[in-house]
Write a protein that binds this ligand. Structure first.
Ligand code: BGP
Length: 468
């Protein structure tokens, strides 16, 4: 298939501090909300992860060798401020200088995220994003990062996937504080995350640095399983809470009356109330004019049918196909579409959903400027055989999704890059280590890296940028 990717297209891969670095007790790092929870749960040990804290020179050299020209990294807030606020940690500051310098030296442009699921524990214990005070602590952390690294990092991401954070924390309950089905808390925290984003965008622009700033949303298309009106409404409502609410805040700088009315309806059906302060809307409106780009994380799409019962969720964290359930009170229920393949973790593989989402952003939010697909990839139970992994299904997955992006570009959408999740196998928050995504296989016992078949394929693609 002929691909239409611009010559300056970024073909990169993504990582996140907590999932890649390890070294949790080194460099005077403070704790995040994951540490105590995972220790207590006792199933997965995140303390070494992919040892990126020590291995990054090697990983970045491999990134370069395999043709990547971009990488997403995140700065662990708890390395810069071990207590989340107060004293700054020089060892943390120095580490990210070295990491960023190494990215630049390898010609792998760093896209740097400030919050990737890793609020420092003391601020988490004070209510995390539900506590408005924490928004100001986040701004203070961002300010230090901009002042330290702003002259060399040209692409900044405020927050990674507000919806996944709050869904994990307050609805699915597989992220601390492990609350189930509290949709009002989830919506309130999501709104606060957008206010925090807006504050950080304003700050960045006021510093007159020469780079760009944006946010990353998880944006997965939602389709009714039938043409039945109630199923259509279910798809509309799941899209509303997971996608439209965030897109309106990002690009319109407020919530469209219809968006707000329906969000309030869902929140009220779940016995809550969404509080929006007057100053929030001023901040959102101002940031909507200042955003330089949006990062779209896309793995799957969902098919919905009407649902009248109480919320009911079962997370498939083991890769046992067919074990997930996801039904939200006042919204709808995800169902299997027999025509669409799924991964072992029940994520429907539907590249058309990516094309549809990219085109929809252009149509509904014409001020979007630039899009990057900041995460896409396939969790797979890779097997290392004779020093490599035959991950043909992953190659097909990437191929199809790059094709979907190319189709959107042909339809006039400005997409400037693609980041595969992930550069090397990393720690998966709720699935541990057997759900692998990397171009590089990691033997977690020895920390040795083995390029998979997909890495060689990716290199060839990067060399030509044209053919799949
Ligand atoms: C995204 C997160 C990543 C990563 C990825 C894969 O939502 O931004 O941090 O974890 O999903 O998810 P999982 O590890 O649950 O398969």
């Amino acid at each position: 298939m002929e691909l239409n990717l611009p010559q300056d297209f970024i073909l990169g891969a993504a990582t996140a501090a907590y999932q890649a670095e390890g070294a949790l007790n080194e460099g005077r790092k403070g704790k995040t909300y994951w540490d105590a929870y995972l220790a207590k749960q006792g199933i997965f040990d995140p303390s070494t992860a992919s040892d990126f804290y020590h291995q990054y020179p090697h990983d970045l050299a491999l990134a370069r060798e395999f043709g990547l020209n971009g990488i997403r990294i995140s700065i662990a807030w708890s390395r810069i401020f071990p207590a989340g606020t107060g004293e700054i940690n020089p060892e943390g500051i120095a580490f990210y200088h070295q990491l960023i310098d190494s990215c630049l030296a390898n010609g792998v442009e760093p896209f740097v995220t400030l919050h990737h699921f890793d609020t420092p524990e003391p601020l988490f214990l004070e209510g995390d994003w539900l506590n408005r005070e924490n928004l100001n602590h986040f701004v203070a952390f961002a300010k230090v990062c901009f002042e330290e690294y702003g002259h060399k990092v040209k692409k900044w991401i405020t927050i990674n996937e507000p919806w996944s954070v709050v869904a994990g924390q307050y609805i699915i309950g597989h992220f601390p504080p492990n609350i189930h089905y509290d949709i009002p808390k989830a919506v309130q925290a999501m709104h606060h995350m957008m206010v925090a984003h807006a504050k950080v965008v304003e700050l960045y622009k006021s510093l007159k640095l020469s780079g760009e700033i944006g946010i990353v949303h998880i944006l997965e298309s939602k389709y009714p399983i039938s043409s039945n009106e109630a199923d259509q409404q279910a798809a509309y409502l799941e899209d509303l809470i997971a996608n439209r609410f965030m897109l309106d805040a990002t690009f319109k700088g407020n919530y469209e009356p219809e968006t707000l009315k329906n969000i309030n309806d869902i929140v009220q059906k779940n016995n809550g109330e969404l509080v929006i302060e007057a100053e929030d809307l001023v901040l959102l409106a101002s940031a909507a004019k200042l955003n330089d780009f949006l990062g779209v994380n896309y793995y799957a799409s969902h098919f919905l049918k009407a649902y009248r019962g109480e919320s009911q969720i079962q997370h498939n964290g083991t890769g046992e196909k067919g074990s997930s359930i996801f039904a939200l009170k006042g919204v709808g229920q995800r169902v299997t579409n027999p025509a669409i393949p799924t991964t072992d973790w029940d994520w429907p593989i539907y590249p058309q959903g990516l094309t549809d989402m990219l085109i929809r952003i252009k149509q509904d939010y014409p001020n979007y400027q630039t899009l990057y697909v900041t995460e896409n990839g396939m969790g797979y139970k890779d097997e290392l055989i004779a020093g490599t992994v035959d991950d043909t299904p992953r190659i097909e997955y990437i191929q199809q999704h790059l094709g979907a992006i190319s189709t959107a570009i042909n339809a006039g959408v400005n997409v400037k890059g693609y980041f595969l999740w992930s550069l090397m196998d990393v720690f998966s928050w709720t699935n541990g280590y057997n759900k692998r995504y990397g171009l590089l296989y990691v033997d977690f016992a020895t920390q040795e890296r083995f390029p998979k078949k997909s890495a060689y394929w990716f290199k060839e693609l990067a060399d030509t940028k044209k053919r799949l």
